[in-house]
Design a protein around this ligand. Structure first.
Ligand code: GLY
Length: 398
């Protein structure tokens, strides 16, 4: 009896200790998130000064010490207004909202763009957040028009949205990143729009599930289709180390994409795929201790090669959502990993010092190493998904 009592006491003490630890962790994360948003509010005022009207910030050139910008047709044009909106959502700073509104006005015309598949990135990370946060109906027609523009790229025989136009290299390319554009379509249908948008999103997700993944649940970057027959012509890469490699941000897009599609459909196979992708990423032998991936899980020269902070930000945000849909044990693994990623990204190793980095938040992302483009630099989408991950952690786990 005394032995039993002793064991019960021991267990209760251990339970109390672990509850206290979890509580302490929450306090730490709350402080970290608060500090990051306060920093972001100030830092993005530096960035705003570096971005002329009519263009959007892309990266910071460490050699010329200049912010590089793009026109609004570039795939990253929605992330700056989107990041400003996340900052505003947290801080309620009216100057930040004003800057976001100014940039949204510049971007709005791209609702008609049909030159590639990137409309979801461009118009939903920006106008989707504007509508959600400000609740102003004025943003809704832009979102609807963007969805209509995006589905002009739907190829019904292959049941996919074509990512890029045909070229010498690709006949009908679909890249894994394309999953991210489905959020725009599914959202419009679920918010009173035509059912066709979500159907197209589901068809695309199903086709990609069939053709983009390897037996270990890593994903090819590009699957090339014959759009008349739907046959796969070839599989390869544009931004990865080699055709059969696991390009890190691509794995992040895949994880985020199927988690998000589960949100809209409650289809178990999307959830299972997302869990398998998470397992590939989190158990990969080349995942570094700080959980900020190298730019490709199969990059030559690991550990002496570049990291991709943007991949960590996308993966962290996706894992936090996956944690919402999974059993406690699995969910804890995802939340813990996301927490480690967020903590690393918020450390001096990745987060810029005030006033530096052109005004971007994060350092050490890799855009397209094989093209020698944007290597080991800040990137606008790294900041966006980092802020999203911070916000998701605050909303769901504090
Ligand atoms: N969607 C392009 C990229 O991830 O680099």
């Amino acid at each position: 009896m005394r032995k039993l009592l002793f064991t019960v006491c021991l267990l209760a003490t251990a339970g109390l200790a672990s509850a206290q630890q979890a509580n302490g962790n929450k306090v730490q994360m709350k402080e970290l998130i608060d500090e990051q948003f306060r920093f972001a509010e100030q830092q993005y005022k530096v960035l705003a000064k570096n971005v002329p009207a009519q263009v959007m910030p892309k990266t910071y050139n460490l050699k010329t010490n200049k912010v590089e910008t793009s026109d609004t047709k570039w795939w990253t044009s929605g992330f700056y207004p989107g990041s400003l909106l996340y900052i505003y959502e947290y801080t309620k700073d009216p100057t930040t909202l004003k800057e976001a509104e100014l940039r949204l006005a510049t971007l709005e015309k791209e609702k008609h763009y049909t030159g590639n598949h990137d409309l979801g990135f461009m118009m939903f990370c920006s106008f989707g957040n504007a509508y959600r946060i400000t609740k102003s109906p004025k943003y809704r027609p832009t979102i609807d028009t963007a969805a209509a523009s995006l589905i002009t790229r739907y190829r019904p025989n292959a049941k996919v949205i074509q990512s890029w136009n045909s070229s010498k290299k690709w006949k009908g390319p679909v890249i894994i990143d394309n999953l991210m554009n489905l959020e725009l379509l599914a959202w419009v249908t679920d918010h009173g729009g035509d059912a066709k948008y979500k159907k197209i999103a589901i068809n695309h997700a199903n086709t990609s599930m069939k053709n983009h993944f390897r037996p270990d649940y890593s994903s090819y970057h590009v699957v090339d289709y014959d759009m008349k027959t739907g046959a796969v012509v070839k599989r390869g890469t544009a931004q990865g180390a080699f055709d059969a490699s696991a390009w890190s941000r691509g794995q992040g897009w895949a994880l985020y994409g199927y988690t998000m599609m589960y949100r809209f459909t409650k289809e178990k196979r999307y959830l299972n795929l997302a869990k398998n992708i998470a397992s590939f990423i989190l158990n990969h032998p080349n995942m570094p201790a700080d959980k900020v991936p190298y730019w490709d899980f199969d990059a030559p020269g690991i550990p002496n090669t570049y990291r991709d902070a943007s991949a960590a930000a996308v993966i962290a945000s996706a894992l936090l959502e996956l944690g919402q849909y999974t059993e406690k044990k699995d969910a804890q693994v995802y939340i813990d990993a996301a927490e480690e990623m967020i903590t690393s990204l918020s450390s001096d190793a990745y987060r810029a010092k005030a006033g530096q980095n052109g005004g971007f938040l994060l350092m050490h992302s890799t855009g397209a190493l094989p093209l020698r483009s944007e290597v080991d630099v800040p990137l606008t989408y790294a900041d966006y998904y980092y802020l999203e991950a911070l916000m998701r952690y605050k909303n769901w786990y504090l």
